[in-house]
Design a protein around this ligand. Structure first.
Ligand code: GUN
Length: 302
């Protein structure tokens, strides 16, 4: 099945789509403030100082404030115990001005991530990682409007829908089976009536599996692992990877961000593709803000 390749590959501009989404959220939050006298509150919890986490937390905090969300920051030391972190979450669960709670992952090794994620009240689950919300997403009859959906895959879906293609019946291959991206992405695409394959590190003949796909979502965390020759002519490619690699520029070592897909080669076959950076990344943040607003509306019974 060919999705309808244009003469030129379309670059999916996540930065612009996310900006539009944030503008809509800002307007809606403004209206909600007029109506209720309140604004959504997001608690952002970081434990330790993993450099990438600090970058993400800063970006999330800045974007939240820009759309009118109140941010409650909790930056805890690396040595924080699981018990201490659970106490912080418990306090936030009971705080009326907090509608969404985000605990940035990864957590230090001595803390069990799932225990912490399970402890966040499901109504305040800004990431959509709580088992109850994971379950609701997999039950097709639930209305997406009120659901707290994992941010990265939801951002990918918005970008796919923005292409105006009919997703129903398309062959979608998701590479990566994480709880954060791969599994919820599969649920979202199933809801759109795609035929979904989840490939992963043990998949045999990954090239062959990919080359039949109308839609490829790459979320493996391995720089440029998906080769251009794996992409069917006219397929849509969503690259979730953000990998920092070292390159040599005129004898000087420089850092460069690349995705999980060999962009230069894949672009030649794809009908549409996301760049790295400015593809999926900004969408993840915009969807976190969306979840926070939904949690607020649910709490206010709006
Ligand atoms: N670490 C990497 N991605 C995410 C995310 O979407 N949410 C949280 N909480 N941590 C992450």
């Amino acid at each position: 099945m060919n999705i309808g390749r244009d003469s030129m590959t379309k670059l999916i501009n996540g930065k612009e789509i996310a900006q539009n989404l944030r503008n809509e959220l800002k307007n809606e939050i403004n209206n909600l403030r007029s109506k209720t006298g309140k604004v959504p509150g997001l608690a952002v919890v970081q434990v330790g100082n993993v450099a990438a986490s600090s970058v993400y937390v800063k970006a999330k905090t800045k974007s939240a404030k820009e759309v009118g969300i109140d941010v409650i920051d909790h930056h805890l030391p690396e040595k924080t115990t699981e018990k201490e972190l659970l106490e912080v979450v418990d306090t936030l669960n009971n705080q009326n001005n907090v509608n969404g709670i985000l605990v940035q992952l990864p957590l230090p090794k001595h803390i069990n991530e799932q225990v912490v994620l399970d402890s966040i009240h499901h109504d305040k689950d800004a990431d959509g990682f709580h088992p109850l919300n994971v379950g609701k997403l997999s039950v097709a009859s639930h209305n997406d409007e009120n659901l707290l959906i994992p941010c990265t895959p939801y951002g990918c879906l918005i970008m796919l829908k923005g292409l105006g293609i009919n997703l129903s019946g398309k062959d979608a291959v998701i590479i990566g089976r994480s709880n954060i991206v791969g599994k919820p992405m599969a649920q979202l695409l199933l809801k759109e009536s795609c035929t979904v394959t989840i490939a992963h590190s043990k998949t045999q003949n990954l090239k062959e599996v990919c080359s039949n796909a109308d839609i490829v979502v790459a979320a493996v965390g391995r720089p440029e692992m998906v080769k251009g020759s794996w992409i069917k002519n006219g397929a849509v490619v969503i690259d979730v990877g953000i990998n920092r690699i070292e390159i040599n520029v005129n004898g000087e070592k420089k850092n460069k961000l690349v995705g999980d897909v060999d962009f230069v080669e894949a672009e030649k076959n794809a009908s549409a593709i996301t760049p790295v950076p400015f593809g999926v990344g900004p969408m993840t943040i915009a969807c976190l803000l969306r979840n926070t607003m939904i949690a607020f509306k649910n709490a206010q019974k709006i």
